[in-house]
Design a binder for this molecule. Sequence first.
Ligand code: ZN
Length: 374
Amino acid sequence: MNALTRDPFAKDQMTREDQMTREALTQALTDTPLDGRPEAEGAEAESLARRARRRVSDMLSEVLRQKTLARPIHCTGVGLHSGRKVTLTLAPAPVDSGITFVRTDIAGARTVLPALAGQVADSRLCTVLANPDSGVSVATIEHLMAALAAAGIDNAEVRLNGPEVPALDGSARPFLFLIDCAGTIEQEAPRQAIEVLRPVGVADGPASATLAPAESGLWLDFAIDFDSAAIGRQQFSLALDHGDDAAFRHQLAAARTFGLAEDIPRMRAAGLGLGGSLDNAVVVDGARVLNDGGLRFADEFVRHKMLDAIGDLSLAGAPLIGHYTGTRASHALNTRLVATLLASPDAWRRVPLTRARAAQADSRPAEGTGRAVA
Ligand SMILES: [Zn+2]
């Protein structure tokens, strides 16, 4: 690990050069000229100060900046579960405000819901944020959250005039398209990441989800095992670069949500999937895919589950530096994993997100490492 990938703010690791770097970095970030500050005496101190200033300029060019949307953009669609028509607006938001959802059809401050694991109220089939006092909620946020996370959007306000994010085509691709149309801008604050420091895991019967440390970027491994012959066992691996959405865009964004034909009557009876159709979900009946045109990827199902996991993991509130492994992991398990991580102060720390720590440049799996192993 070199000087740029180490957390420059971790006091226990600080040498004298680190301390001077930190002072110089603080000065640089507050726009105080470096020249003219009192120097320590002696040639050795001067050389340390020179090295510290060089590290500061390296760091400043390396730390990623927070991003938001360049302008508001909106679309209209039907909620997968509610069946209700909803208009979604994505709007720019200030530095350090994160992603927040706002219900514009309900008056009052309690209609603002931060997209954080602590706000998750229900995750049976989709991820629902709710305010526990007012009961105001927003459902099926995960595909939009995955697109925002992959596009590196730190701050955005998501306005909805109904209870659920529109399903659109059941994937994250239309949301990525909206973000592309709006454009993004860098903001005047460094990006922060959450670095996983030790393994954390949750399980529910044969399903499990874990996070473990990684040098940089977010590694993902996902495995599913369905009785349905059309799905079967599938495994997929991907390295996400927090500074580049290419892997998500090409490998995951288009993967659609899916359901089994036999489950549809039960879901509808429970008031779920009311807006579901072959236009916004893959429907499987035994060995058959009922959608005209079939699948977008041979292993579209596991890719979609990984997309879901990225959306759920983004509820940590910052990009994760770590290695996620999901085995048949549901939204409920993923959001429990994030809550478990954040509730364990020794398992993570906040670090400035440098270019070097954003991506697994050296050992990125080649394109298309996912494979169906049915
Ligand atoms: Zn999904």
